[in-house]
Design a protein. Structure first.
Length: 223
């Protein structure tokens, strides 16, 4: 389904059709731009919740720089440092807090990196390269382009998921504080339907904990 099909399906599901013959955007509750924006949100939510868009990228790395801007992936799943000569080094992906526990002096380390720190808008090598390298990354990303009613493109996620994006768009539409459109019960039903299919959204703390990559264990506790 392309964005035009999804907008049409949204209008059928919501009953938000032109109310007079030849009616235009002024005759409906929600304009095409609003619906396309909610569908864009829906695709992003789906990609995060179900990890639907894996990708890979290569970055040039050179000493002495250790920190690099990076926003291509919301989660890095694999990292490998490939030198011009010599064997590749598989990097363990950790959070900054975890790296502080593993090696408190990592900021001044001059040895080859063994860990990669992923932050929201950058990545940091915990070590120093001695020659130009390529950093190969695999990870999960968001859709590259927003959906627009002016461009008949399809969502990037697989077509089998497309019709379920409507639940999010309907949730957002009925959640607006508007005398004609607001319907809290319908908004919650649509959100519940979206979450049954795509799952709950991990919060920022959960994603940070996942990057820490440290073993979990049970600790004894006495009152």
């Amino acid at each position: 389904m392309n964005v035009e099909d999804l907008i049409e399906s949204f209008r059928i599901e919501s009953g938000d059709l032109a109310r007079s013959e030849g009616g235009g955007q002024s005759d409906v509750l929600w304009c095409d731009d609003e619906i396309a924006r909610w569908l864009t949100e829906a695709e992003e939510e789906a990609a995060i919740r179900k990890r639907l868009l894996p990708d890979e990228v290569s970055l040039p790395i050179a000493a002495p720089t250790r920190s690099y801007p990076f926003t291509s992936f919301f989660e890095i799943t694999y990292a490998e440092l490939v030198p011009v000569s010599g064997d590749p080094i598989i990097l363990k992906i950790v959070s900054r807090d975890a790296m502080n526990r593993i090696e408190p002096e990592w900021r001044r380390a001059t040895c080859k990196p063994a860990h990669l720190i992923q932050e929201d808008v950058r990545i940091v090598l915990a070590g120093e390269v001695s020659q130009p390298c390529t950093l190969f990354l695999e990870g999960l990303r968001l859709p590259k382009e927003p959906l627009s009613p002016d461009v008949p493109a399809e969502p990037e996620i697989a077509s089998v998921h497309h019709r379920f994006l409507l639940h999010w768009a309907l949730h957002r539409a009925y959640g607006i504080q508007d005398a004609e459109a607001f319907d809290a019960a319908r908004s919650q039903r649509e959100l519940a339907a979206f979450e049954r299919y795509f799952g709950l959204r991990p919060d920022a703390d959960l994603r940070k904990d996942a990057r820490a990559d440290v073993p979990h264990h049970c600790a004894a506790w006495w009152p």
